[in-house]
Design a protein around this ligand. Structure first.
Ligand code: GLA
Length: 416
């Protein structure tokens, strides 16, 4: 056996030699260099975290066509569009009834969705809409169960650029009915429902950002990118209160590895400028969402935006941290009591450092010693304080005094 095997190997090798030796030298002309330029790879949808404005946090169920047109005008007039806020997203409560053919109509608040989309596009902006995989949205309006392809096609025909797809009644309509006591089967149903809409959006041929909103259930970060998700909520709803914002921030631990160009963790929309958040809380909220590479969807009252709120939302240096093309989400490097130190690695070897005072009493204003060694840095570091806009040098064990819920946000272009 062994002899015949090695014999046949020799025969094969000789045949190969003969055939290459006998092949005429000029038989195979060298391939001509192509004159066509190499095809450009398709652009990544949501290559950086989506930025825009969403109607829910300020208008909730009251939003109308007029408010959306107004928001588009305001994004342009306030300079927010130039700062990067391009999506104008209609949240829940635009939906009317389905007709006999299953076509979903808008309700009286939105008389002509195509005309509205055209208006938003005419301002150089993009438009987003909202639905869900159940029968009803969270507000009790018609959602997409059983009409996924039909709805996706209609969105594309209208010119929609973004869909937020909210779980809401899917639990009762599908999970509890089809798999009442089987968590694993429920998870498969959840994934299948989102995958169905992901495919339906894809088959429209229009790039539509797909935003999953199911509050982090079933470890959504593990499967959302594969089914076409560009972002996914990681928690329940945000409210304009510091304790809620801080709780959501704390719940992002461990999720950084799932974020990257085209697919982002979504700690929910911004509350900057809403409720009774102090100026420090607004700074900290915005700074930490930038550290998290979070989608920046403002949710404030744009026509009555205070100058200090506009200054936060349009701070180009902080936005540049959020939008950094490397797409690497920041993490908590360490915490000492009430003070937390977060870092985010940026393109070109730069580093963002956020020192957050999460303490809420006047005692939390005592100086804190920043330990650069724990951040892997050696010697004094020169950078820019992104809220004052001034140069800053950080030294090891330097005392940093922050008021309660305040943040020091520094960019270091050449960390040592
Ligand atoms: C859920 C979502 C919110 C908003 C409302 C609308 O609560 O998490 O962001 O979309 O539904 O009903």
């Amino acid at each position: 056996m062994r002899i015949s095997a090695s014999l046949s190997l020799v025969v094969l090798a000789c045949a190969a030699l003969v055939s290459s030796a006998t092949a005429p030298a000029a038989a195979k002309p060298a391939p001509k260099p192509s004159t066509k330029p190499a095809a450009k790879p398709a652009p990544i949808t949501a290559a950086t975290p989506p930025m825009g404005w969403n109607s829910w946090n300020f208008f909730a169920g009251k939003v109308t066509d007029k408010d959306i047109r107004g928001a588009a005008d305001n994004l342009v007039d306030t300079g927010m569009k130039d700062a990067g806020y391009v999506y104008v997203n209609i949240d829940d409560t635009w939906e009317g009834d389905r007709d006999a053919d299953g076509v979903l109509h808008t309700n009286a608040k939105f008389p002509d969705m195509k005309a509205l989309a055209d208006y938003v596009h005419s301002k150089g902006l993009k438009i987003g809409i909202y639905s869900g995989p159940g029968n009803k949205t969270c507000g009790g309006y018609a959602a997409s169960l059983g009409h996924e392809e039909q709805d996706a096609k209609m969105y594309a025909d209208w010119g929609i650029d973004y869909l937020k797809y909210d779980e809401c009644s899917f639990t009762g309509d599908v999970l509890e009915k089809q798999a009442p006591d089987d968590k694993a089967a429920q998870m498969r149903l959840m994934i299948a429902a989102y995958e169905k809409m992901g495919k339906a959006l894809k088959s429209t041929g229009r790039p539509i950002v797909f935003s999953l909103c199911q509050y982090g259930w079933d470890a959504v970060w593990e499967w959302a990118p594969a089914i076409g998700g560009n972002l996914w909520r990681t928690t329940g709803d945000i409210t304009p209160r510091w304790d809620r914002i801080y709780a959501i921030l704390s719940q992002q631990d461990g999720l950084a590895k799932y974020a990257g160009p085209g697919h982002w963790n979504d700690p929910d929309m911004l509350e900057v400028g809403n409720g009774r958040l102090s100026i420090q809380e607004n700074w900290s909220h915005f700074a930490m969402w930038a550290m998290l590479a979070a989608p920046l969807l403002a949710g404030n009252d744009l026509p009555n935006m205070k100058p200090e709120v506009k200054a936060i939302l349009t701070n180009k240096d902080v936005i540049a941290i959020d939008q950094d093309r490397l797409g690497k989400q920041g993490t908590r490097a360490y915490s000492d009591g009430e003070v937390e130190v977060w870092t985010r690695h940026l393109s070109g070897g730069a580093l963002a450092i956020a020192v957050l005072d999460a303490g809420d009493s006047r005692y939390s204003t005592h100086p804190f010693h920043l330990n650069l060694t724990k951040l892997g840095l050696h010697g004094p570091q020169t950078g820019k304080d992104l809220w004052t806009g001034k140069p800053i040098t950080l030294t090891n064990n330097q005392p940093i005094e922050l008021t309660s819920h305040n943040v020091l946000l520094v960019r270091i272009d050449a960390p040592k």
